[in-house]
Design a binder for this molecule. Sequence first.
Ligand code: PLP
Length: 380
Amino acid sequence: MEHALPQLRPPERLLCGPGPTNVDPAVLEAMTKPMLGHLDPDLHEILLDVVAMLRHVYRMPDGLVLPLHCTGTAGMEAGIVNLLEPGDTVIVAQCGYFGRRIAEIARRHGVLVVPVDADWGECVSNDALIDALDRHPRARMVAVVHAETSTGVEHPLAELGAALRDRDTLLMADCVTSLAGVPLEVGAWGVDFAYSCTQKCLAAPPGMSPLAVSERALERLASRRIPVPFSFDLLLLEKYWIERPVTYHHTAPVLSIYALHEALRGVLSEGLEERWARHAEAAAHLRAAVESRGLAVLADPEHRLAPLTAVRVPDGVDGKAVQGRMLREHGIEIGGGLGPDAPAMWRIGLMGRNASAETADRVLAALDAALVQEAAPALA
Ligand SMILES: Cc1ncc(COP(=O)(O)O)c(C=O)c1O
């Protein structure tokens, strides 16, 4: 029987889609370190180190910071189920796939959603969000995607935080593709609930969702009428991650925590601002090269997101076929449009260790070759 068992042989890939990105070798190495039990006091020291580093990376000096034991979507869901209750109202900015996902999760939780829409590639204006809030003054929360990975649009989050400062409305921000890739100051900007993931600009494997929660949001949590679903209960999670002695909540994913520890160490050793600048430079290089080929970037020039550039597929070109060729013939993964109504696009991610001009050039060379192979007469 054992002769028939297949070996695990995943191919090498350059991961330049919307995420995951390639894992930093030091992060992979960290995952081979000795396994500890989730109730081992030595692990509990490591948890506190992770939280301390995460505070720096989120720039969140107060409130609660910890990583949730599941992916970015669960971080989104944790924000909804902790800070909203059935019957509450939330204003959601929708200019792509992930804004719509926030709205969908909120509706499933019995929350009334007031969507504020913009087209693919555009950003929902802060004025439109404040206007919606004026029309729905009892809304408990405004939710936006800081870095909309489905379109490559960055929301002006600092300005939104400033506009909401004197209002009794919480601000939730999806920072899945922005954490450690673009400027983000959760504390100073007045974000009440930020969630992210590990597989994008942190360059660790997928599986955890770093969270940052403001004092104000924690007060809101303390005054809830109905309890939070157990797995997402931030106050129970705090008892494991931060309070000592710990109280068991779940069996923590120890090797993923080592990975996150090493990833955060990598970010802080490089320097957060240096890392933001590296992502910005790589993106500028990519966009200039894309536009010099006569291709169009989807996002409006005022709101372009560094870690993810969405490029419109030109008329007459089979975008999926080009993407498939890049994967099969060059070992390079890029993304396509996400969701049934997305316009035809290629999504190129330069995140974590892949945020460099060299990586951008490798992707562009493969794209050029695939376009020639697919006989795109307008561009060949
Ligand atoms: C902006 C954004 N939000 C949420 C998610 C969901 O994260 P995950 O796939 O880790 O659940 C993603 C995933 O790509 C994303 O890009």
